[in-house]
Design a binder for this molecule. Structure first.
Ligand code: GDP
Length: 297
């Protein structure tokens, strides 16, 4: 389960403070020490933890807690609010262009779940918003990538635009958008190539696709299980492309949660969706507040 270890640790800590009718500075110190350790063990970015703890300390010894009738609960509420803020505060939705087709470019490293997420997102948008998606196969390097997207397309009964592996990805992306206009598709999902590592050639290609298609969304797909590596990947992609959102995949297998808790604070880019399994309906909109409640129990 997502965040399981972190949730266990924090719930243990808050058991001790919840019922307290008086919260001393020593109590706050003890609590923040335990929260700090739990976050570091969950692989949350060091600087993010430091800032987070400072904010909690500041608020937990302040008037809103001291004047409260239930200071123990008030301290926990402070942590919950700060956790929510850390993960982006409000839910961040997919931005739809008022001039269709909306263009969504999906980027990420190989194996992160990009192609699967392309199918999941298209499925979600069709179901929830009654939109007509087109999928565009722009990963011409990984031999099975085009086929994989076409298989997804037929499972979902959704059109896939492909031109084989001889045309340039920029040309394929451009023509996919033109095709979507022609066929009155509301939204185009561009599945781009991944690499094992961030490299310059990949970034240049993605910049060119961005230039040619002027996407409304540039979504990075990252694997939650890779922890702080995922956050570093997000920083690199954001610097070059200016991301508009993140889909954090494989949260179903991530018991720590460090990447999910750090990525917004480090890159300024919100998580819009999370992947919760391999199936095509295993995608959920990311609600920071609900997630914080889930973690704190
Ligand atoms: P790509 O190389 O980034 O396009 O990655 P793929 O879409 O081919 O996905 C790589 C693997 O991750 C596949 O086996 C997917 O089924 C799996 N996968 C993708 N998203 C999730 C998820 O949210 N949870 C789990 N458990 N597996 C996922």
């Amino acid at each position: 389960m997502a965040f399981e270890n972190l949730a266990d640790r924090l719930q243990e800590t808050f058991k001790k403070i919840r019922g307290k009718g008086k919260v001393s500075e020593a109590d706050v110190k003890q609590m923040t020490r335990e929260v700090r350790l739990a976050l570091l063990e969950a692989d949350v970015n060091f600087k993010v933890v430091k800032d987070f703890i400072n904010r909690i300390k500041e608020r937990a010894v302040g008037q809103e807690v001291l004047k409260s009738l239930t200071p123990g609960q008030q301290v926990i509420k402070v942590v919950q609010e700060e956790l929510t803020t850390l993960m982006g505060g409000e839910q961040s939705k997919l931005h739809m262009s008022n001039k269709p087709p909306t263009v969504v470019m999906l980027v990420g490293l190989q194996g992160a779940g990009k192609t699967t997420t392309t199918g999941k997102l298209a499925n979600y948008i069709r179901k929830q918003q009654n939109k007509k998606p087109l999928l565009a196969a722009c990963d011409i390097y990984r031999p099975a990538a085009i086929k994989q997207l076409q298989t997804l397309g037929s499972q979902l009964d959704m059109p896939v635009f492909a031109m084989g592996d001889k045309e340039s990805p920029v040309e394929i992306a451009k023509q996919a958008v033109a095709k979507a206009k022609e066929d009155h598709n509301d939204i185009v999902f561009i599945d781009t190539a991944g690499r094992l590592h961030v490299d310059d050639a990949l970034m240049e290609e993605l910049e060119n696709i961005k230039e040619a298609t002027q996407p409304d969304e540039i979504i990075l797909v990252v694997d939650a299980m890779t922890g702080q590596d995922a956050v570093n990947v997000a920083e690199s992609f954001n610097e070059r492309l200016g991301l508009t959102g993140v889909v954090m995949t494989k949260l179903d297998g991530d018991t720590r949660g460090g990447a999910a808790l750090s990525v917004k604070a480090v890159t300024g880019t919100p998580i819009k969706f999370v992947g919760m399994g391999e199936k095509l309906d295993a995608l959920e909109p990311f609600h920071p507040e609900r997630m914080a409640s889930r973690i704190l129990g």
